[in-house]
Design a protein around this ligand. Structure first.
Ligand code: ZN
Length: 224
């Protein structure tokens, strides 16, 4: 698990690099700070592609994450990121994973965070996450991280029905929609409206593909 970001400088100055670009003409990679970052929009430089990016280490987001947990600033930051999702599902995932690993995942490169998220998910599902494509499923990550975060505080996770459906499917890869709906409890019709659930259902490989004879044993995702 990567807890501290790789911290290279811009190739033109001493500021921290925030983006690494691949130049397909020169076959070179180059690091840029906020000031020297080329204008990539709208498709002005098609020979440049993004290899990785991160927030400026001195950005307001990184600083708020590192403030004392009970400070008014951090409390309102958590509400905005985890409840209002102002930074999207990924922002909530970065928040929970930061708390679960005692690090600042907002300061990491996107590639570092993605590797960490997958590593944590693999451990949390006792390897069952290998059975589905998870990199595109932020809803799944958020549900799993939120449960672990609430569990680490020994508070009862205030899970929504959507989140319960996702976690139940992770815990029981071989269950049918009917079985999941009964357990949530909800209806199959409501289940079909749950984008995160549908994405996960679609990404689970068939039993034959993954050689699944019995259900993987899931120890750490506790819905209570
Ligand atoms: Zn620079």
């Amino acid at each position: 698990m990567k807890l501290v970001a790789d911290n290279p400088c811009c190739q033109l100055c001493d500021r921290p690099a925030i983006i690494e670009l691949r130049d397909s003409i020169q076959a070179l990679d180059a690091l840029h700070c906020q000031v020297h970052k080329p204008d990539l929009w709208p498709r002005k430089l098609p020979h440049l592609s993004i290899r990785r990016f991160r927030s400026d280490p001195d950005s307001i987001t990184c600083r708020l994450m590192e403030m004392p947990e009970d400070s008014p600033e951090h409390t309102s930051f958590r509400e905005e990121v985890c409840d209002l999702l102002i930074l999207g599902g990924e922002g909530a995932c970065r928040y929970y994973l930061s708390k679960l690993t005692n690090s600042n995942q907002f300061a990491l490169w996107n590639t570092e965070f993605e590797d960490n998220a997958y590593e944590y998910l693999l451990a949390a599902t006792n390897g069952a996450a290998k059975s589905f494509e998870v990199h595109c499923n932020v809803g799944l990550l958020r549900a799993v991280f939120k449960l672990a975060f609430e569990g680490s505080r020994q508070s009862r996770a205030a899970t929504t029905k959507q989140e319960r459906a996702v976690v139940l499917l992770v815990n029981h890869l071989t269950w049918s929609d009917d079985a999941i709906a009964e357990k949530v409890p909800t209806t199959v019709k409501q289940l079909k409206r749950n984008c995160d659930y549908n994405a996960l259902r679609a990404s689970i490989k068939t039993r034959r593909d993954i050689g699944l004879q019995t259900e993987p044993s899931i120890g750490r995702l506790d819905l209570r």
